[in-house]
Design a binder for this molecule. Structure first.
Ligand code: HGY
Ligand code: MN
Ligand code: MN
Ligand code: MN
Length: 423
């Protein structure tokens, strides 16, 4: 590969600032609401999701990359290397939360696309194959599981065993996958992630540490462990007028007591424990009926696996006690769990050197958000790079990162991919 010096940082920053903002606007059209404050909703296997993946496939093929899908709908774009089977990968997830922002996930895909186009133009064919992956699903916004995309390339899931988890309309993941044209045997299997030489994910921080400290780059050291659960509380539906309070088995009041106990338990455990009940539903949900059933979700995170295990164990005991004291029953299903991971030391040292060379202020940090890198880190050398989020806001239409910060992340990504694939 040509060994000419990389262009000076200013020129690269200006190039990527313009390109990134433009491509992110372009990608956000798939799943955007009628007005800006509705944010972006791009859920697995929905039309918006399909249009985004297909439009990306077309655009990346137009950049001269070899594009393909796998059986679950992960999209790959490759710049084949002289040693083709040696793969250096980058990417993130194309799906979003409901009414989310236009950077979470999308930024890592856009950054990878712009970095590969630049490296191809500046240095030609790499020694190792450079591969961008647009993972089909990471958020767990539509079905009660998360990491379906990266989980399918790291052995956690298989298309043929698509979980029969159903969305709010009762549509199973397997049915939605086949409806979208995917499923076991539909596409040639890509190289398994366990064979990748490295995986690098660029992502917005989704917190406010970088912004508060005036750092341009976060070099992620590790990602917290997380577990997600669904709870069903059962009592007895009854007449709101004729049922004395002492006769009631009110599932919603029981769930409310449980939710406050969850918050108090996380406060008692102290930082960095976090526990979130994101959704609560009651049935029959009628004004003059004592709720006989209630369901709620729980998302628990902690950087230490043993502490996460202990916290969840104690919590289940507390919730069962609350159920018993209210004449209720409570059942729990584990939707997703991801162990805490540490990033690859060799790659994070390379990132330190790149930031020094480029004169970019960086700081090491931990990620409280889950990421596809969490699934990749146990199977191949993995690194994550953050750029600042304005006000630390994410999973919201107000999510924003300015063009200069977007560009700095892409310069760092391009330099690391160059070091991994061309030398
Ligand atoms: O929930 C998370 O941490 C990530 O945004 N999926
Ligand atoms: Mn994300
Ligand atoms: Mn997210
Ligand atoms: Mn009546």
């Amino acid at each position: 590969a040509p060994t000419k010096e990389p262009p000076e940082t200013g020129a690269l920053l200006r190039r990527f600032a313009a390109e990134a903002a433009h491509m992110l606007d372009w990608l956000a059209q798939f799943g955007s609401g009628a007005n800006a404050d509705e944010g972006v909703t791009r859920l697995l296997y929905t039309p918006a999701w399909q249009q985004a993946q297909d439009a990306l496939a077309e655009r990346l093929a137009g950049c001269g990359l070899a594009v393909s899908y796998d059986d679950v709908g992960n999209l790959y774009a490759r710049l084949d290397g002289a040693r083709e089977r040696e793969v250096v990968a980058t990417g993130s997830h194309i799906d979003t939360v409901v009414r989310g922002g236009r950077y979470d996930g999308a930024y890592g895909i856009v950054a990878g696309a712009l970095a590969l186009a630049y490296l191809k133009e500046a240095y030609g064919q790499p020694e190792r194959t450079l591969q961008l992956v647009s993972f089909a699903e990471e958020e767990g916004s539509r079905f009660p599981l998360a990491f379906w995309g990266s989980g399918s390339v790291t052995g956690r899931y298989q298309a043929r065993h698509a979980p029969d988890a159903a969305d709010a309309d009762g549509v199973s993941l397997a049915a939605a996958m086949h409806e979208a044209g995917f499923g076991q045997g539909r596409y040639a299997a890509p190289p398994a992630a366990a064979d990748w030489s490295a995986f690098v994910e660029l992502h917005i921080e989704q917190g406010s540490v970088l912004e508060r400290e005036g750092a341009a780059i976060g070099i992620v050291q590790g990602i917290v462990g997380q577990r997600r659960f669904g709870f069903e509380v059962s009592g007895e539906a009854n007449h709101a007028g004729t049922t004395p309070m002492s006769y009631r088995r009110d599932a919603l009041c029981g769930a409310a007591e449980m939710i406050v106990a969850i918050r108090d338990a996380a406060l008692a455990y102290g930082d960095p424990t976090v526990a979130t009940v994101g959704r609560l539903e009651a049935s029959p949900g009628t004004v003059n009926v004592v709720p006989g059933r209630a369901s709620f979700t729980l998302d628990v995170r902690h950087p230490d696996g043993a502490a996460l295990e202990a916290f969840c164990g104690e919590l289940m005991t507390t919730l069962e006690r609350i159920a018993a004291s209210n004449g209720l029953t409570v059942s729990v299903s584990l939707w997703t769990e991801a162990a805490p991971v540490r990033m690859n030391g060799r790659l994070t040292e390379a990132l330190d050197r790149i930031c020094r060379t480029r004169g970019l202020v960086c700081r090491h940090m931990y990620s409280g958000a889950g990421h596809d890198s969490q699934l990749l880190a146990p199977v191949c050398p993995t690194a994550m790079v953050f750029v600042p989020s304005r006000g630390g806001i994410s999973h919201s239409p107000a999510e924003y990162t300015n063009a200069e910060d977007l560009a700095a992340g892409i310069v760092v990504l391009a330099d690391l991919l160059y070091a991994l694939a061309y030398k």
